[in-house]
Design a binder for this molecule. Sequence first.
Ligand SMILES: O=C[C@H](O)[C@H](O)[C@H](O)COP(=O)(O)O
Length: 221
Amino acid sequence: MSSAQDKLKQEAAQAALKFVQPGTVVGVGTGSTVNYFIDALATMKQDIEAAVSSSEASTVRLKQHGIEVIELNNVRDLPVYIDGADEIDKHFHMTKGGGGALTREKIIAAVADKFICIADESKQVGRLGGFPIPVEVIPMARSYVAREIVKLGGDPEWRQGFVTDNGNLILDVHNFDILDPIELERQLNNIVGVVTNGLFAARNADVALIATAQGVQELTL
Ligand SMILES: O=C[C@H](O)[C@H](O)[C@H](O)COP(=O)(O)O
């Protein structure tokens, strides 16, 4: 354990196990907090049918634990999706995609009945936007999309040297004044060449498990 924050991430991840329904497929997110969840899920791998994964990195970790990973296209019922966040507000709107996995995460979140967000308390914010908003972009559209984002009031920065699992690029957008996350999510997705963006507002979380020094808070809207 490298830090107090890691300990909190691990506690939030452990608390998510109670939302895993035996005999079902589990949706698994991406990131350092989810890595702890995958490790915890391994303790009950005999009880679940399989997992669907939001990234190549999570798939590798799941398989290392002997957890079967199946294609989302073969899944009809997905009771829960468990994932971290870079920021979460009081409406459970989130910014995600610090690790670049936003698109696959958003697809699985759309399929799942319940989104369980696991995070340490540092991720709670009054208003989204302190963490830059990642935007996944088709490579040939990078400059055009960047110019359109400037018109919306953001400062895009190309995450150079990074390619998503889908073969695309990321623009991290700084300095958005986010009054209406659902509207900004929609506006960004309307730019031609954008695959999706890291605002998870139209589809927010259903439950937030926030780890604090005093224990894990289970919050619902
Ligand atoms: O692309 C990455 C994901 O959206 C992560 O869930 C997010 O960045 C939070 O990651 P971490 O748990 O490492 O802070």
